[in-house]
Design a binder for this molecule. Structure first.
Ligand code: HEC
Length: 372
């Protein structure tokens, strides 16, 4: 087919909308996290060039680049945005939900002031559970999606020092995370997470200010399930001792964690702050996550296509670089020496690793060195 004819052939309703339905509308629909709806020709047309730029630079969709054929269709359409025949309503993706057996909400609304940098906020939510329960699904539901940038819910044990003068440790399990378009974690039948009796949740919220002040009161909704075969435990593999020199372009930091028992790795959620530049995660020398350009906005949980079995004594290794130079547009202060801290002008190197272990095992088995 001559090139011009091929270009003319691409239209919104026959070629573009099916791709948007599959890849974009989970977030780009009214009421969801993305700033504009892309559910019709009329709504999408003004963003044709922005869409071309975003997909060509791989900044959208956030989970990874589009397949080449779909990329080509969007690029061709953006060059000449035709509506095409037979307009129809978009088929919106079904939003996953949880049955809220337990709903925990921030005690009072938090005021997010306009136009300023807001520290990470931590809210303690007691579960009030008299006995341990298995969690099948969990949702962190922002009260106000315009200002909740991301959220993490940790299970804090009675002896943990997290926010009690000490650091986050491997014992503070990550229960769930929220990012735009990714609020619900549902585990497959046979797997569940455990909420111990009397557990407290620490809800960490990162707010981004808008042009006017807003309030937020985020909720955590939990669906309980039956005793599973396997417990899913989320380890944090972290490095707390580092010092990033002023103006460093690619300062390397590594972290290692040796498992004390066999585990199966299911998923990885990376976590660095504004100076994060690149991250590789290796499990016993197999590369399980490779982010040559780490993006602070999009720390998605990535399920492994094939879970990886680690034997006792094998190591999970993080290899990161941090960009403290002026070339990093997000850098709050290139002249600073940067160390570990909860705030976004400080840094972190953490990967939350979801592993499966037999349900009856205490998770300490994974990280407590054995003595013989
Ligand atoms: C997981 C949710 C999500 C998905 C899926 C998604 N977007 Fe976005 N998109 C956003 C959010 C949130 C923003 C606001 C800017 C930001 O936070 O990066 C955005 C911003 C944009 C922008 C504004 C320019 C920019 O790059 O910031 C364009 C254009 C865009 N998205 C196109 C798309 C297209 C096309 C797809 C599908 C191929 C897509 N998005 C899929 C959440 C999503």
């Amino acid at each position: 087919m001559p090139i011009l004819a091929a270009l003319l052939a691409v239209t919104f309703y026959s070629d573009v909308l099916p791709i948007l339905e599959r890849r974009c509308l989970a977030c780009h629909q009214t009421g969801e996290a993305a700033p504009m709806s892309l559910a019709s020709f009329r709504e999408t047309r003004p963003f044709a060039k922005a869409i071309r730029d975003a997909v060509t630079s791989h900044s959208m969709p956030p989970g990874g680049a589009l397949p080449a054929n779909e990329l080509a269709v969007l690029q061709q359409w953006a060059a000449r945005p035709a509506e095409g025949d037979s307009p129809r309503s978009a088929v919106l993706p079904v939003k996953p939900t949880v049955r809220p057996d337990l709903a925990l909400r921030m005690a009072t609304p938090f005021l997010v002031p306009a136009s300023q940098t807001i520290d990470y906020q931590h809210f303690i939510l007691p579960t009030g559970l008299a006995q341990a329960r298995w969690v099948q699904a969990i949702e962190i539901r922002p009260g106000n999606r315009r200002v909740v940038h991301h959220a993490v819910a940790f299970v804090r044990t009675a002896r943990s020092e997290f926010l009690r003068g000490g650091r986050l440790s491997v014992e503070d399990e990550v229960l769930a995370t929220y990012l735009p378009g990714e609020g619900v974690l549902r585990l497959p039948p046979g797997q569940a997470k455990l909420l111990p009796a009397g557990a407290e949740l620490v809800l960490q919220l990162h707010y981004t200010a808008g042009t006017q002040s807003e309030t937020d009161q985020t909720e955590i909704l939990i669906e309980f399930g039956p005793t599973p075969l396997e417990r899913v435990y989320t380890l944090s593999v972290a490095q707390g001792d580092f010092s990033i020199p002023p103006f460093a372009k690619a300062h390397p930091v590594t972290a290692e964690f040796t498992v004390q028992t066999g585990v199966r790795i299911l998923a990885v959620t990376p976590h660095m702050h504004l100076r994060g530049r690149s991250l590789r995660v290796l499990a016993a020398d197999a590369l399980i996550l490779d982010l040559p350009r780490y993006r602070f906005d999009w720390q998605l949980r990535q399920s492994l296509r094939k879970p990886i079995q680690l034997a006792r004594g094998e190591t999970i290794r993080l290899e990161a670089t941090f960009d403290n130079s002026r070339n990093n547009p997000r850098n709050p202060d290139p002249s600073a020496t940067v160390r570990w801290g909860e705030q976004s002008w400080q840094e972190m190197l953490v990967a939350f690793i979801d592993v499966a272990i037999p349900a009856a095992w205490p998770p300490e088995e994974i990280y407590r060195p054995k003595r013989f």
